[in-house]
Design a protein around this ligand. Structure first.
Ligand SMILES: Cc1cc2nc3c(=O)[nH]c(=O)nc-3n(C[C@H](O)[C@H](O)[C@H](O)COP(=O)(O)OP(=O)(O)OC[C@H]3O[C@@H](n4cnc5c(N)ncnc54)[C@H](O)[C@@H]3O)c2cc1C
Length: 414
């Protein structure tokens, strides 16, 4: 039998992407992927599983050896992992791709049956059984992308859904107030109640959830979904003495403070192109890219991870929304644009550098904007009322053509 050289802990976006790369560059049998989940389907597919009643086919993992096991400790000096059943696994090079855990608010009643986070497969399976008994009244706490997705999914499944958001708008930080109002109206149009600037203060029930209490009202319900954010699951690294701040600290090659351990995905704290300080993302595409780059480095093919920015994309009942970078930072210049096909967009600049963009309705060009923001192109601000097409022609299009990307079709109106 071949010796295990590369071990990956976590078979989500980052772990799978890494497994595919290692399988391609090394011998698949030398790669071991450990994951504690019973299902091989990544958590991103939870909404699809709930709506369709079956597991979607997961992305391939390169045919590496996959073992269901929970890693309970890491011994970097011995290059060894300890599993929950006491077995030990040695590694040559290790990737920590353990993802994130939900950041649950410490509210009274948060442990009642019926209060869930929708982050874990175990909860998703319990929810599927619960919903099979009939539609329910549900409250979604948090109107970020996950909260909005959860609200839409439950509504499509026949539930009566209310979203409660502590901040004054839906998708806070991702789109402008005006755009958020359009998203809110679309949610209401499909039957989702939306309450912004309202804080959830606790959950009431007698073992099982009966109501959600907010700063303004009591909302009777049988289900509450906490979409209140996540935090990196960096416990293994922290307990092993690796450098951990918010997440596992990595260098530009995604290597941790231990030379034989890399980290990628929601668990890793990576450089951000706009903020100028590292942060953890909780995004599928970022995790997959980090997994690929970490694996190349683990295989001895040096690759830098270029500082990134967030990219969020969602479909709100037919209304497409894309948010790139940081469109709502304080102290930035904002230019509002309109597309010929009726979409609206916001571009945010700091010192002539694009730092964020939000697109609503027509999202063509979102990918291009992502590259411009991530790779920090110095661009002149479009003037109010300037035809963006001309601006694009002079500034972006040559670069877009060189990069082989599609040309967005926006015209500046203010
Ligand atoms: C319902 C839902 C919808 C989402 N929708 C989107 C979306 O539309 N777009 C988007 O960009 N992102 C979305 N996300 C977020 C996205 O899924 C995550 O950012 C992404 O999965 C992170 O990948 P990862 O590999 O870092 O971690 P994960 O995919 O979370 O994988 C980590 C894996 O590690 C395993 N693990 C952890 N600790 C151990 C251990 N000690 N031993 C063994 N195994 C362990 C876990 O069980 C898990 O399988 C969604 C998330 C959810 C829950």
């Amino acid at each position: 039998m071949m010796a295990i050289v590369w071990v990956i802990v976590g078979g989500g976006a980052a772990g799978r992407a890494a497994a595919r790369v290692l399988a391609a560059y090394c011998h698949p049998e030398e790669v071991l992927l450990l994951d504690r989940e019973a299902t091989v389907c990544p958590r991103l597919h939870i909404p699809q599983y709930l709506e369709e009643g079956k597991y979607p086919r997961p992305a391939p993992d390169g045919g590496v050896r996959r073992v269901r096991a929970e890693v309970v400790s890491l011994e970097p000096s011995a290059r060894r992992l300890v599993l929950s059943d006491g077995r030990k696994v040695s590694y040559g090079r290790l990737l920590l791709a353990t993802g994130a855990v939900p950041a649950l608010p410490p509210l009274p009643g948060a442990r009642l049956r019926g209060v869930i986070s929708l982050w874990e497969w175990e909860e998703a399976r319990r929810l599927a059984v619960f919903l099979r008994r009939g539609a329910v009244r549900a409250v979604v706490v948090g109107a970020g992308p996950l909260g909005v997705r959860a609200a839409l999914m439950l509504t499509r499944m026949g539930c009566q859904v209310a979203v409660v958001e502590a901040l004054p708008q839906v998708l806070p930080g991702l789109v402008s107030e005006d755009m958020a109002a359009v998203v809110r109206d679309r949610l209401r149009a499909v039957g989702v109640e939306v309450h912004c600037a309202e804080e959830v203060q606790g959950f009431e029930g007698d073992g099982r959830l009966r109501a959600v209490r907010t700063s303004r009202r009591r909302m009777p319900c049988q289900l509450a979904v906490l979409a209140t954010g996540t935090r990196p699951d960096a416990m293994l690294a922290a307990e092993a003495g690796l450098e951990v701040r918010q997440g596992v600290v990595v260098n530009e090659h995604l290597r941790s403070s231990d030379p034989n351990v890399w980290a990628a995905g929601d668990v890793a704290e990576v450089p951000d192109a706009v903020l100028g300080r590292p942060r953890c993302y909780a995004l599928w595409s970022a995790a997959a890219e980090q997994g690929r780059i970490a694996a190349l480095n683990m295989a001895g093919i040096p690759r830098r991870y270029p500082p990134a920015v967030p990219f969020n994309s969602l479909d709100v009942a037919g209304l497409r929304v894309v948010s790139v970078g940081y469109p709502c930072l304080v102290g930035i210049d904002r230019v509002h644009l309109r597309s010929r096909s009726g979409g609206v967009a916001l571009l945010s600049f700091r010192e002539q550098t694009l730092v964020g963009a939000a697109l609503l309705g027509t999202v063509d060009g979102g990918g291009t904007l992502y590259h411009l923001i991530r790779y920090r192109r110095l661009v002149p601000l479009p003037r109010a009322g300037q035809d963006l097409q001309r601006w694009l022609a002079g500034v972006w299009v040559p670069w877009l053509r060189r990069a082989g990307l599609r040309e967005p079709g926006w015209t500046a109106v203010s």
